[in-house]
Design a protein around this ligand. Structure first.
Ligand code: ADP
Length: 247
């Protein structure tokens, strides 16, 4: 754990959160989940099971139809995304192509009122975290897909958020890079003490990374527990069959 980690921060509580979209489609129904500060929790389940809707409700991109999102004891259900203390990394990591790696990571820091020297040291620290300390002056197109995704991670981590949300962050990478990035993500989680919430439909990824898995099916969480528990003691036919499939 590093000095700048806000000790005790990073807890998330979902209280019977539901989302029905204007089209009438049910995204999630009655999702309750309690996530401890510093935990690595993976939302695992097939496509369309409600993982992203749940993550978006935590991020503030989706306004729940009912229920509450509590972050560190504070009800943030109606709070705008930029007022929540969260970092986010998505599959489509969309770096700015015309900017260097450092400029990409620094983007937004200036506006927050940090002076140049502070921005420089924060960017250097974030690039070190993802082992790209030597790449600050490169452009995104000069980097591999895995390196670009690490820049996206640095861009989120530069704010040292107590909670990092990741939606299929490795989905666009080939198998070998995915394996490497899994190792990096596990190391970052160990080093930072940040709460990691990770969405994937890949059981292998969930098994390798998570303290606990929340298994999604049809808009609900059907089982929550440490990977081994879920694999050894599936509580439903769905869980047994889904976990039995190889990806
Ligand atoms: P997952 O992340 O597990 O693939 P999602 O949370 O994206 O699942 O989707 C859950 C359900 O909500 C799906 O049936 C999906 O079609 C629906 N859904 C998600 N987003 C929207 C939206 N913006 N408008 C209408 N329906 C949506």
């Amino acid at each position: 754990m590093t000095d700048s980690t806000k000790k005790g921060a990073g807890g998330v509580e979902l209280v019977r959160v539901s989302k029905t979209f204007p089209s009438g489609a049910v995204g999630i129904a009655d999702v309750s989940l309690s996530i401890e500060p510093g935990e690595f929790v993976t939302f695992l389940g097939p496509s369309g099971s409600g993982k992203t809707t749940t993550l978006n409700a935590i991020a503030g991109f989706v306004a729940p139809t009912s229920g509450a999102v509590i972050i560190d004891g504070r009800d943030v259900t109606r709070l705008a995304p930029n007022r929540r203390d969260l970092g986010m990394v998505f599959q489509n990591y969309a770096l700015f192509p015309h900017m260097t790696v450092s400029e990409n990571v620094a983007f937004g820091l200036h506006k927050r009122g940090f002076d140049r020297a502070t921005v420089r040291s924060k960017v250097a620290e974030a690039l070190e975290m993802v082992r790209l300390g030597e790449y600050g002056t490169r452009r995104p197109k000069e980097l591999s897909g895995g390196q670009q995704q690490r820049v996206a991670l640095a861009r989120a981590l530069v704010y040292r958020p107590p909670i990092l949300l990741m939606d299929e962050p490795l989905g666009a990478l080939d198998k070998q890079l995915r394996d490497q990035m899994q190792v990096e993500i596990a190391r970052l989680h160990r080093d930072l003490g940040t709460t990691f919430l990770f969405v994937t439909h890949d059981q292998g990824e969930a098994l390798a990374l998570s303290d606990r898995i929340a298994l999604f099916h049809d808009g609900g969480v059907v089982q929550v527990g440490p990977p081994q528990d879920i694999y050894e003691r599936p509580r439903s036919r769905f869980a047994a069959e889904f976990l039995g499939e190889s990806t």
